[in-house]
Design a binder for this molecule. Structure first.
Ligand code: TTP
Ligand code: MG
Length: 344
């Protein structure tokens, strides 16, 4: 019997929590973000705002151009984390195996014999009545297709791909919907004349392997609708980080700081999406010098701020009198102590 995997994803998650708490936001365009520390980038927006073309990761200034009456809210991560935990607690009850993926999405493995459509309806109802937000659910024989399916009837919908429908459904899918195909690989595939999964099926497997490396194998599998990844709770994440390799090696601290300025909002977005909070993280940096010597420096006494990174990077760079090839910034997860908790 085929597996039954559910992918559950909250609809416009941060915005949904704000609409729940202030019903006057319900039918007007709102966006979360634009706060000082995000340098004016939007985290998400509600569906009325999406009608104007406003999207996640868009600069607030551009969003306001598209939608001048957009209401910008600073957002409240502590509140979203709490709702996220409540959503996950509900989902867990329905699953044989359960795997949270980010702050607002999770995979569930159901028994092959259970009524997945009905369970999806129950999940949606329970989350709406207890938490006041909506979720969308995808049902399919594997993770890849369940995730695609949860997007199909968004918002507040569910969509099932039955085993017998997989072949035709997947054939029509654009390759960029396969997880791991980012803008760069999509571009590369386009150059090879590959747009859909059917196109992947039509080219020679050997050619694809030689063009795309190891990932070629995954593409071939996904294009057949195959994905054997199991649903399981992943080991708790211990750290989160981001690196930048310079086009040419740098010696100037000013220039390096400028790169840090650019990395910072992206790092924050990554932390948020992982469902983490800055206060939980102790900063570390990595510097790779022009001769590939690597040094790392951590500070467990502080929580993560951009100034801490500036200082740590400056210290790390003093360890060698060489040009810098790469910098990395990251946070190691640490348990919150009581005084930090009281800040929420
Ligand atoms: P998503 O599930 O990608 O987006 P969403 O829930 O807002 O909207 P959708 O209905 O399309 O699922 O992300 C979940 C939350 O993560 C989102 O509410 C805000 C945050 N987020 C960011 O902060 N920055 C981003 O670029 C994205 C994509 C999400
Ligand atoms: Mg979502």
């Amino acid at each position: 019997m085929a597996r039954q995997v559910l992918h559950v994803d909250c609809d416009c998650f941060y915005a949904a929590v704000e609409m729940r708490d202030k019903p006057e936001y319900k039918d007007v365009p709102i966006a979360i973000g634009g706060a000082r520390d995000r340098r004016g980038v939007i985290s998400t927006c509600n569906y009325p705002a999406r009608k104007y073309g406003v999207r996640s990761a868009m600069a607030s200034s551009q969003a306001l151009k598209l939608c001048p009456n957009l209401i910008m809210l600073p957002g409240n991560m502590a509140k979203y984390s709490e709702v996220s935990s409540q959503v996950m607690a509900i989902l867990q009850q329905y699953a044989l195996a359960f795997e949270p993926v980010s702050v607002d999405e999770a995979f569930l493995e159901l028994a092959p014999t259970s009524n997945a459509e009905l369970i999806a309806q129950q999940i949606r109802q329970q989350i709406f009545s207890e938490l006041g937000i909506t979720v969308s659910v995808g049902i399919a024989p594997n993770k890849f297709l369940a995730k695609v399916a949860s997007d199909w009837r968004k918002p507040n919908g569910q969509f099932a791909i039955a085993p017998g429908e997989v072949h035709d459904f997947v054939g029509r899918l654009p390759v960029k919907l396969i997880s791991g195909v980012g803008p760069k690989s999509a571009e590369k595939l386009k150059d090879l004349g590959i747009h859909t999964c059917q196109d992947v099926r039509d080219v020679s497997a050997q050619g694809l392997r030689s063009q795309m490396g190891k990932f070629g194998e995954i593409l071939i599998q996904r294009a057949q609708g195959i994905d054997d990844r199991v649903v399981r709770v992943r080991d708790r994440r211990k750290s989160i980080s981001m690196e930048h390799t310079f086009v040419s090696d740098l010696t100037d601290e000013e220039e390096i700081n400028q790169i840090l300025d650019d990395m910072w909002p992206k790092f924050l977005a990554r932390v948020e999406r992982a469902g983490l909070q800055l206060l939980q993280l102790a900063p570390f940096v990595k510097v790779k010098f022009s001769d590939f010597q690597v040094t790392t420096l951590a500070d467990h006494q502080r929580s993560v701020t951009m100034d801490d990174y500036r200082e740590l990077l400056a210290q790390a760079m003093l360890r060698a009198d060489k040009a810098v090839r790469l910098i990395g910034i990251g946070g190691r997860l640490q348990e919150l102590n009581n005084s930090q908790m009281s800040l929420f």
